[in-house]
Design a protein around this ligand. Structure first.
Ligand code: SF4
Ligand code: SF4
Length: 128
C-alpha cells in the first residue's frame, strides 16, 4: 500500500543545509513572481552549484533558504520543483527524523497518483 506524505508545513526542509537546484524556467517564474528582472534575480538570490552545472538558491548566514521568511516561502506560488517534490518524489534515509510530514496510507493507486500530482504540481510522475 503506497504511503503519501502530507506536508505539515514545518519548514524544516527550508532550513537544513543543501542545494536547492533551479532551472532557467524556474528563475523566470520566481523573478516574475517577485516582479524583478532575471539578471537581478540571479545576482541577488543564486549561486553556482559545486558541480558548476547550474545554479542553486542562496542560503542566509544561518543556513536557511534565502526565501524563507519566518514560516513562509516568499516564492511559494513559484517555488522550485525540487521543493515541491520532497518528500514524496525524493527523500533521504532517516528523513522522517527531520521532516514532520504525516504519512498516510492510500488504498488506491490512482488516488495515490492524484494526490502526488496535486502536491507536486506535476502533470506526469515517476513513482518511487
Ligand atoms: S524556495 Fe521556498 S520552499 Fe524552497 S527551500 Fe526556499 S523557502 Fe523553502
Ligand atoms: S516537507 Fe517535511 S520538512 Fe518540509 S515543510 Fe513539509 S513537513 Fe516540514
Amino acid at each position: 500500500m503506497p504511503t503519501f506524505y502530507q506536508c505539515e508545513r514545518c519548514t524544516a526542509c527550508c532550513r537544513w543545509p543543501g542545494q536547492v537546484r533551479i532551472t532557467e524556467a524556474e528563475i523566470t517564474a520566481m523573478a516574475g513572481h517577485l516582479k524583478m528582472d532575471e539578471t537581478s534575480f540571479i545576482e541577488r538570490f543564486t549561486r553556482l552549484r559545486p558541480d558548476r552545472k547550474g545554479l542553486s538558491l542562496l542560503d542566509k548566514e544561518n543556513g536557511e533558504c534565502v526565501f524563507l521568511d519566518g514560516t513562509s516561502c516568499r516564492v511559494q506560488a513559484a517555488k522550485p520543483q525540487q521543493c515541491r517534490d520532497f518528500p514524496n518524489l525524493w527523500r533521504f534515509p532517516g528523513f522522517e527524523s527531520k521532516c514532520h510530514a504525516n504519512p498516510v496510507e492510500i488504498q488506491d493507486e490512482e488516488e495515490y497518483r492524484r494526490q502526488i500530482m496535486e502536491a507536486t504540481g506535476r502533470q506526469q510522475i515517476n513513482l518511487l
